[in-house]
Design a protein around this ligand. Structure first.
Ligand code: ATP
Ligand code: MG
Length: 183
């Protein structure tokens, strides 16, 4: 599963639509302090189904919406689209006919957030499982936040184990088992 493009609109400091092409190999993001580099990574984590406001450096889920500046009024919605190359056919059966997956997450003030994959409305769980199976989920150790290394060193063994499980790709299986047990 390869990420090929990230598109943001109204997300944090990205008030106007912005597109980031992700070519094969290494992509570097450079810029002065406060220009939005970390916000881009947060957008990536958010579209993959992150639900913890803390991991997105906000107090509540709506804090990801552009809050306005002296010169621009606040927005009342934000959306992020992640384009994924599925030519290796690693997506779950339901989406696996498509070469390209467009995963969209939107949030509107007072209305919460919703998700779609290739235009079809899906649950947060579907998006989380799609990425957890590929070992790239919103909690994936592939995404390292500032301060996360020291957090990991002092973490409880259970929490450290969760990180290892996400890396090993078993987090999706665990989530499915939990879901099956609830039925
Ligand atoms: P550094 O190099 O210091 O790590 P950075 O490039 O990672 O900086 P970010 O942390 O991504 O910068 O961006 C911070 C900016 O995003 C701040 O100016 C902050 O005001 C702005 N910002 C964060 N959330 C919102 C929001 N909801 N609405 C508008 N602006 C926001
Ligand atoms: Mg930063």
């Amino acid at each position: 599963m390869k990420f090929t493009q990230l598109r943001l609109a109204g997300f944090k400091s990205f008030v106007d639509a912005a597109e980031l092409r992700i070519d094969p190999g290494l992509t570097g993001i450079i810029g002065p302090n406060g220009c939005g580099k970390s916000n881009l990574l947060e957008a990536l984590r958010w579209v993959m189904g992150a639900t913890s406001a803390k991991s997105l450096r906000g107090g509540g889920m709506e804090d990801v919406i552009f809050a306005g500046t002296d010169s621009r009024p606040a927005r009342d919605r934000a959306d992020v689209t992640l384009t994924v190359d599925n030519s290796a056919r690693t997506a779950p059966a339901r989406f696996n006919d498509a070469d390209i997956l467009q995963v969209v997450r939107r949030i509107t003030r007072g209305k919460g957030s919703d998700y779609s994959i290739n235009g079809e409305e899906v649950r947060a769980k579907d998006v989380q499982l799609l990425f957890a199976d590929a070992g790239t989920g919103a909690n994936s150790p592939a995404l390292v936040r500032q301060g996360q290394i020291s957090e990991l060193i002092s973490a409880k063994p259970e929490n450290r184990r969760r990180v290892l499980e996400e890396a090993a790709g078993v987090a999706g299986l665990r989530a499915r088992r939990r879901e099956a047990q609830l039925r």
